[in-house]
Design a protein around this ligand. Sequence first.
Ligand code: AP5
Ligand code: MG
Length: 201
Amino acid sequence: MLNLVLFGPPGAGKGTQAILLAKTFNLVHLSTGDLLRHEIAAKTELGRIAGELIDKGELVSDEIVISMIESRLKKPRCTIGFIFDGFPRTVAQAKALDKLLTKHHSKVSVMLCLAVDKGELVNRLLKRGLTSGRCDDLEAATIEHRIDVYNEKTLPIINYYESQGKYFPIPGVGTIEEITENLTSVVKTIYDKPIISHSHK
Ligand code: AP5
Ligand code: MG
């Protein structure tokens, strides 16, 4: 299987690039942020708990996001693998993902980390906040808090994957196409099998 972890701070372009890579490599795209926003939109109890934390720029508990991923991995699918976007976000989540994938006789293939400086991240998210309807994109202070939470709780994951030789930093600035090309070429170096297109699913 091919399992990609797409990593980077808020606004780095994970969602944008994950959609494109999922198409190219025929992967199932799993974004914990999107899954949580679906729960909020559906007004579930989980959505209520998550929504309060998301609006403040805090992380949702490991327990909640791990169980969401666990249930998605259990679904039978016609795919060669997954692209994880915004997950894992703590070392505990990274370890849990390894355990879950081991149960499915699989593992993380590579961790692709998009690097973007703080000023650019804040600008991108404030701009998106004008139209996204996401409360966590509205205020510079909330965006900066999300970046601080990332630096404190999420960045340590880099060491976890680096020690396994799976960490690949990629510049996250430039055109979307350039970044996709760089990400795609890294994936192709580790996955040399022919790409199965959607039409052959
Ligand atoms: P999540 O939804 O994952 O948000 P995030 O990580 O804060 O980041 P974004 O989705 O805002 O950015 P992105 O990197 O996907 O960039 P995008 O492609 O959208 O999480 C939200 C919240 O949910 C968290 O704060 C937390 O509370 C909770 N949560 C989620 N997962 C969790 C977990 N595992 N554990 C605990 N809590 C969790 O791009 C951003 C903008 O930039 C867009 O407008 C885009 O058009 C633009 N853009 C993209 N690429 C470029 C480019 N190359 N140049 C210029 N602009 C660009
Ligand atoms: Mg996203």
